[in-house]
Design a protein around this ligand. Sequence first.
Ligand code: JRH
Ligand code: K
Ligand code: MN
Length: 500
Amino acid sequence: TSTPPPHLDFRAFVDALRSDDDLADINAEVDPNLEVAAVTRRAYELQSKAPLFHNIKGAHDGLFRILGASGGLSSDPQFPYRRLVRHVGLSPNASLGDFIDKMLSAKGKPGIPPVHVETGPCKENKLFGNDIDLTKLPAPLLNKADGGNYIQTMGINIVQHPTKAWVNWSIARAMVLDKTRMVGLIMKPQHIARIYAQWMESGKDMPFAIALGAPPIAVMASSMPLPEGVTESEYVGALCGEPLELVKCETNDLYVPARSEIVIEGTVSITERAKEGPFGEMHGYSFLDEELMEPIYNVAAITYRSGNAILPISVPGRATGPDETHTLIGTLASAEIRQLLQENGLPVLNVFTPYETQVIWAAVQVDRKKLWELETNAEEFCRKIGQLVFRRKCGMQIHRLLIVGDDIDPFNFKDVIWSYASRCRPGMDEYHFEDVAAYPLVPYMSHGPGAKLTGGKVVANCLLPHEYKQEQMWVTCDFENGYPEEIKERVLRRWSDFGL
Ligand SMILES: Cc1cc2c3c(c1C)C(C)(C)C[C@H]1C[C@@H](C)[C@]4(C(=O)NC(=O)N=C4N2C[C@H](O)[C@H](O)[C@H](O)COP(=O)(O)O)N31
Ligand SMILES: [K+]
Ligand SMILES: [Mn+2]
């Protein structure tokens, strides 16, 4: 069969990055102990090509190569989001707004259930029982403070509700514990945690599969806070207009994308826990006192593609050059927040979590003309938005919402911070929420002055009072807005003559 397009096949995605000249094939031997991660981290920060390490020290029997920064910004400043939008089959010059529109394009459409196929590339090699030794795999150490080798940072965690027809796909970190066991973060209110709680009720260990090197568009849906009960693989089917092809796991009844690079399968214990972390996380910190006891993943089988399977990794940290915890988590939460606000009749044009805020803030762009029709005011409008966003899971990771006008581009932080700095009066324009669920990974929550699990959220009104009812009473003083068209045209025409 012919190879599917890049958004449906990880190998084709890698080839597409190579043809974009956005991939570095690294054949020199590199050490999975910190060196691979340090190169990947720097690749994010310099927005360089995505590193594909073909020669990992300790790799054997086709396990494994490593691809870093699959969700980083592209190395071509003309098309910064090209690598991201390749995940969803958009053209290289697509914007972040196009990306969000695409990920929301299946809302309201019926899901298209995946089809089950007999076999696929991920079944070409199989390890069971004594053949499994996770400590012998070149699982990377991603940060010098990490508590273990995080083999799972970019795979899809697949779990099924014990009684409902709901199969959830998400991304949740997991590190190697010993020969046949991993330990991973299962955090409320995430769907993997809600389903895990149901298995605890049922008294049976939770079957799992982790599909690494899965179809890129499936990785996006896995990173998106789709509503509870939505089976991500069906949403992906609706996004693509065709069903995903899945194959059955060897040791349980879950199904995984047939073309995955590597599949790890088994059961998550409902009784046994182990120390998990520290882990260099998405806000750029690794707290040395992180003492989490998390569920143990018992590995029963590993299956993988021939031709030297590729393990994709994410190395979270400061968003000086954003990594997948910003470009995927932030952008896809923005999509669901926009959907939530628009569904509730609010005149919201777009939502985006600026990378400069470590995706802790989200700018909500409002259509001011439509705002006038609501005949509302800052207090009422901001409180309504806060009540909606801060009490829904899609708003879990956001601690500050900035309400900005349609003169502000939410994807341009300079626009956003200009309106926040100049139109949001301290002490009067911010509406605080202390009784909502917090995002425990945010440093001022986990290691801050107050309660760790609730509060610390705010809606900042970045619209002047008159913008709620009439045209703005100012001219914006920049080249774009401060001069008549014919002056601007003349200046642009003469610019090179001026030798500026
Ligand atoms: C794209 C990405 C998303 C991540 C994570 C990562 C990456 C790359 C890595 C592994 C690098 C770092 C950690 C960071 C950590 C937050 C966590 C996690 O360990 N636990 C968790 O509960 N959620 C995570 N998410 C977010 C999660 O996938 C989304 O929230 C998604 O909507 C969940 O799906 P459901 O809505 O269906 O519940 N990890
Ligand atoms: K998801
Ligand atoms: Mn879900």
